[in-house]
Design a protein around this ligand. Structure first.
Ligand code: RB5
Length: 149
C-alpha cells in the first residue's frame, strides 16, 4: 500500500506520529509537505495529495491542517476524491465504512498526535460496507459527473 501525506503549518504537528505508524506497517509514504512550521497555503498540499489519489499513483491520502476543514474542502474539488474530516475514532471508522473516504483529514489544532494515529489505524482497518452505502456514494459520483467538466 502507498499513502500520500500533505499538510500545512497547522497540521504538521500530527505528521511525525502518523509517519511512524505507517512506517511500522511497512506502508510506502509519499510526503508532499509541508516540511516546516512556516506559514503556507493548505490548498497547495491538498491538490498534490488529491491528484495522487485521483490518478491512482497512491492508494489513499492523509491531509492535515489546523482544523482539517480547509484542506478537505480543497481536496474535494478534485474528481474522484472523497476527503472526510474526522475528529474521533467513530468518525474515522464511519468515513470508511459508510462513505468510502479515500482521504482522511484531521486538524492539528483539534486532535492530539496520539488520537490522530488511532484514527488512522481505525480508518485503515475498516472496510467499506457497500449495500445501501454504495447507492449513496454512487449518487455523490453522479453529482460529480454533472458538475465536473
Ligand atoms: C491556518 O492558519 C489555518 O487556517 C488552516 O490550517 C486550516 O485550519 C484551514 O482550514
Amino acid at each position: 500500500m502507498k499513502i500520500a501525506l500533505g499538510c500545512d503549518h497547522g497540521g504538521i504537528v500530527l505528521k511525525p506520529a502518523i509517519k511512524e505508524l505507517l512506517e511500522n506497517r511497512n506502508i510506502e509514504i509519499v510526503d508532499f509537505g509541508c516540511y516546516t512550521t512556516d506559514s503556507v497555503d493548505y490548498p497547495d498540499f491538498a491538490l498534490k495529495v488529491a491528484e495522487a489519489v485521483s490518478t491512482g499513483s497512491v492508494d489513499k491520502g492523509i491531509i492535515l491542517c489546523g482544523t482539517g476543514i480547509g484542506i478537505s474542502i480543497a481536496a474535494n474539488k478534485v474528481k474522484g476524491i472523497r476527503a472526510a474530516v474526522a475528529h474521533d475514532l467513530f468518525t474515522a471508522e464511519m468515513c470508511k465504512k459508510h462513505n468510502n473516504a479515500n482521504i482522511i483529514s484531521m486538524g492539528g489544532r483539534v486532535v492530539t498526535p496520539e488520537l490522530a494515529t488511532e484514527m488512522v489505524k481505525v480508518w485503515l482497518d475498516s472496510e467499506f460496507e457497500g449495500g445501501r452505502h454504495t447507492t449513496r456514494v454512487d449518487k455523490i459520483t453522479k453529482i460529480e459527473e454533472k458538475y465536473f467538466k
